[in-house]
Design a protein around this ligand. Sequence first.
Ligand SMILES: [Fe+2]
Ligand SMILES: [Fe+2]
Length: 232
Amino acid sequence: MTETTGGPPPPGCAPPRLSAQELVAAQAQTLAAPRRDYSLAAKVLFTSLDVFYGKTRTLSKFKVLELVARVPYQAWEQAAYIAVTHVHERTGLARRIHERIAESRAQQDNEQWHLLIIDELIDQHGIGEGRLRFFWLPQVIALVYYQVSWLTFVVRPAWSYRLNADFEDHAEHEYASFVAEHPEWEIVEFVSQFTADYGQYACLADVLRQIGHDERVHKQESEAQLAQPRFH
Ligand SMILES: [Fe+2]
Ligand SMILES: [Fe+2]
């Protein structure tokens, strides 16, 4: 069993895998915790998602969240690689930027497993989705969000980290509430082609709690970067 560290893992590591008992405790902790004081940009994003996809928590809405969640990490990774192009002769600095790249890559991969698992669940549950609202519109939102993440990261990295911390905090709370709203998922078996990549869980509720905990770790990582937002 993976040990819980209670804080963000080192750069380039996936978030820790929790036991069933730890997952239940983590969910309760999230439900009891206040949300972050969201920035205006984050509020605009969350309200837009509610307008487009409704306030009710659904697997289809979480798919959109996961598609968008990968985007800041892609933007940061790209910006950091460009930074290395400019400063590679300062090897100490380049090495430290590389650590940020490794962290962004690990976060991106983690979000990608979330996305694929939610996609698989939508398929397993036979949920029908309109192509325009659930395929094309999320692509547009992700594209806009990429530009915002990249631009803010270049102009003032703290803005980008804060927006992402808000996004991850929102996701963490939404997953905790989503699982609480579906007690029937405590006895639904988690059957997936991604268990080798993401782990084996006793039930559907547990894998969604694990995803929610990953979002907490992502939030903590962005909050840690907020303390020293610029490459130095
Ligand atoms: Fe996620
Ligand atoms: Fe996340």
